[in-house]
Ligand binder design. Sequence first.
Ligand SMILES: [Mn+2]
Length: 405
Amino acid sequence: VVSALDEIAWLFNLRGADVSYNPVFYAFAVITEDTATLCVDLDKITGELRQEISKAISFAPYEALHEVLSRCDRHRPMLLDPATTSAAIHQKLQELDIPMLLENSPLPAWKAIKNASELQGMREAHVRDGVAMVRFFAWLERALASGRLDELSVADKLGEMRQQGQSYRGPSFGTISAYGPHGALPHYSSTKESNVPLQVPGIYLVDSGGQYDDGTTDITRTVALGTPSAYQKKIYTLVLKGHLNLKNSEFLAGTTGYQLDILARQPLWNASINYAHGTGHGVGAALCVHEGPFSVSLRKNLTPLEEGHVLSIEPGCYLVGEFGVRIENLAAVVRKRQTAFGDFLGFDDLTLCPYDRNLIDLTLVNAAEVAQINTYHERVHETLAPYLEGGDLEFLRRATAPLTL
Ligand SMILES: [Mn+2]
């Protein structure tokens, strides 16, 4: 019996709109060796779709779960994941005398490995998302002069920019639009009461994402409004170094995010700075923006990273009362090379959006890091330029111009 809505959506390759930010639908699924029954509000399944998939699966009303269970074979144990299954289902199976296996669902691990079309969709969604981000930052630069921007109005504008892209369904989570000291609160959510104007000079952090028919995005950028201080540049550069260090690492197959986490923290730890959140989480393909079963974190998680995983790489630094910096890209785990020592994996960027060149302290980066930034920016420019024009294209050209030491 499957209760987790993202597992059901993935297993049946269906999406819905019953839950904000997550393209899932209320349902239960009962899978046996030769049947698959989806308990769902039948009004939500259009005739055409129902015809197509009812060749392979059966439908039952959402309320009919207990009925479906009562038709199950009493000699075959039913797998339940205690983390996602309600006590009511457990009780019902007990009543029906159906034996149970209480174990982790195998679905999250399967779902986490994206197939070729899921990866393709994620890449395409990220091109449109990158176009929206660049148009947003180009607009922000121009609009700052008006002096009338605030956290909420700017977040709305970013939503508008995404809306102009194809197949956009809405945000993948509540936008974190944080100016100055608000950026030091990693999970800040701007409200009418907390909303503040964006002023020059200052640091602005925006963590946001979109749900598209073909993919899910999650990106954080931190930018300087006006000229940043040397201290702000130093902090940003340390975070960027951690971000690049993990993103460009190669690792032996079988390595976990728990082991790799230190790569993103090391430049910060060397400066006696830490961030009190994970470095990365799994992201669904046109599904939930947070998913497992792996993570990149100081918290013990022994699930290795595998080819086809999609995850975020998002170190940060939060200075209470001052400002916050976080830099987040989504990346796919890819196979880099096979050697006599084993297979080596690495990351390939999905997110396409410039880092803030104005916040990079060139005395703190080495030639390899400059090359990594330039290579990434070249790719961002090459991919997004065909979709931009006028001032937006000019902004992209400036934002991705090569850095030299
Ligand atoms: Mn994230």
